[in-house]
Write a protein that binds this ligand. Structure first.
Ligand code: SAH
Length: 347
């Protein structure tokens, strides 16, 4: 009979300490192993050089470290890097490094595929296969941090959960990964530099508020009119805008954190004054700002980027109402690494 080895990263620090004590060793060995796993991102027991050879091979006999593997890396001419990440069971997700003059951002995936069906998103065409584990999310961050140091001579500065999947449909694992990313005995990054992006799952937004999470929240809004939003993001039928608005108000009262709305303007879909007015109303309900993001075509005739005049009207009217708005240029488009283009396409 083949004995399956246990994934050591499923153990907490205390469980690791207890394990060593049960083996007749000192508890602090558990801390050492924990540090190797979560602070130094070790992929093999043999790398844990402050443990004896015997301990290392003992661990190797009983445990595995199910780490991810960057299977393929593509570099864009704007410095963006897209990774195809192979998971231990052979499935693939993608993660992206986005450099600007002042920061390097990791865009990480939270699920293999996605269960939502946003009509304009390439990931929606992949069936949701499974949730990522906390360590699989953590590993994407470690890999991108290493690439940032190697190719841009600086550590990773920001993380956005804007890769494949809906983070709030894998909430527990996302939160656990962020705990490891931010813990002083993990990567020690500030939660202020982490943004979780959601299509808008009201129930979980309220839970996040109750949990008093310290990271930032972005919502992919794209329309503040129910009929338009339901057309392009069909799940909106079950989670309509009023529920979303209530949840976001609840979030702000509890966390005092301003919300970012991501918004693409498409020709003939949401480029009229009524669309802008609805967005203004929605924004005035909770302290927020708007990122107007460029549409990245996904070989679909239905969606086209709106004319520059429509974007200018959005900007002018939002600003008239004192709402902060930024127009975001796309990055990594030439390698299908931009928002909504992640679909495990071969290079
Ligand atoms: N499910 C989460 C996380 C994915 S983030 C969410 O929806 O927020 C990916 C972002 O890219 C979202 O804001 C999404 O609406 C946007 N997006 C999807 N397809 C796009 C496309 N083709 N062009 C531009 N942005 C797109």
């Amino acid at each position: 009979m083949i004995k399956t080895k246990k994934d050591i990263r499923a153990l907490t620090r205390d469980e690791l300490r207890d394990y060593f004590v049960a083996q007749g060793e000192k508890a602090f060995r558990g801390n050492q192993v924990y540090g190797w796993l979560w602070s130094k991102g070790a992929h093999a027991f043999e790398d844990m050089t402050n443990l004896s050879k015997e301990t290392r091979s003992f661990l190797d006999e009983h445990f595995v470290i199910n780490h991810i593997k960057v299977d393929q890396m593509q570099r864009s001419n704007d410095g963006t890097i897209k990774n195809a990440v192979k998971l231990h069971d052979g499935l693939t997700v993608e993660s992206v490094l986005i450099p600007t003059s002042s920061r390097t951002t990791a865009c990480v995936s939270s699920q293999v595929g996605c269960s939502l069906n946003c009509k304009f998103c390439a990931t929606a065409r992949l069936k949701r296969m499974r949730n990522l584990n906390p360590d699989e999310i953590f590993d994407q961050v470690v890999a991108i941090d290493q690439q940032s140091r190697l190719y841009h001579n600086r550590p990773l500065s920001n993380i956005v959960f804007m890769g494949m999947g809906e983070p709030l449909m894998n909430y527990n694992n996302v939160v656990k990964s962020i705990e490891k990313i931010t813990a002083p005995d993990g990567l020690g990054m500030s939660p202020k530099r982490i943004t979780v992006s959601t299509s808008g799952v009201p129930k979980i937004i309220k839970k996040m508020a109750d949990d008093e999470v310290k990271f930032n929240l972005a919502v992919s809004l794209h329309s503040a009119l129910d009929d338009v939003r339901t057309d392009i993001m069909p799940f909106n039928e079950q989670m309509p805008l009023q529920e979303l608005k209530d949840a976001l108000q609840y979030w702000y009262v509890k966390t005092k954190k301003r919300i970012t709305y991501e918004y693409v303007v498409w020709r003939g879909i949401n480029d009229q004054d009524k669309d802008i007015e609805a967005l203004i109303d929605f924004c005035l309900a909770v302290p927020s700002k708007v990122n107007l993001i460029e549409y990245n075509p996904i070989d679909d005739g239905q969606f086209q980027q709106a004319d520059p005049e429509a974007i200018n009207r959005y900007v002018a009217k939002l600003e008239d109402h004192g709402i902060t708005v930024t127009v975001r240029r796309s990055r990594g488009k030439d390698i299908d690494a931009a928002c909504g283009q992640l679909a495990n396409k071969e290079a």
